[in-house]
Structures are given as C-alpha cells and as structure tokens.
Design a protein around this ligand. Structure first.
Ligand SMILES: [Zn+2]
Length: 92
C-alpha cells in the first residue's frame, strides 16, 4: 500500500477526528483491515473504536441510508426455495 497522505487517518486515509469512524468505503481502510484480519471490514468494524454515543449516532445515520451496521456483509444468507410441483392450484 502507498503511504497515506500527511494529516489523514493512517487507517483509512481520510481526514476525520480520531473519535469518528473510519470511512468503511475507503479502499485504504478496506485493504489495511483485510491485511490485518483476513476479512473485509464492516461499518461496525469502522466504528469499533468510537465512544458509544458516536456509534449510536452513526448507526442511526447509516440506518437512514438503508445500511444496517450490525449485519456482516460477508455472512452467507441461506435461502431455501421449495418447489412443490403439481401442488399449485389455479386461481378459481
Ligand atoms: Zn480512519
């Protein structure tokens, strides 16, 4: 990885106060995190270092944008589709 610009966060290469979350969408953050933990970061990871009240604020702000912080994006969702051939009844 290229060194981050001076004055930016060493984790995500974005200018933000230390108590605020890393930019989860920053490629620098994603690759730095991946190198360290072997998986891609979630927003929960990006704000793990933040005080509780700041985490609460961000969870709410992200929820308003349709981003659920507590859902792991890499977790597999099992979808079971059952097809019952011949059991469907035609509308009357
Ligand atoms: Zn950061």
């Amino acid at each position: 990885m290229l060194p981050v610009k001076p004055g930016t966060c060493p984790e995500c290469a974005v200018v933000h106060p230390p108590e605020q979350p890393h930019n989860q969408e920053s490629l620098t953050y994603q690759y730095t995190f991946y190198d360290r933990y072997g998986r891609w970061p979630t927003w929960a990871d990006a704000m793990a270092h933040c005080p509780p009240e700041i985490q609460a604020y961000w969870r709410e702000a992200l929820a308003e944008r349709g981003i659920a912080v507590d859902i792991e994006p890499e977790s597999e969702v099992e979808i079971v589709i059952e097809i019952h051939a011949g059991k469907e009844t035609a509308p009357q």
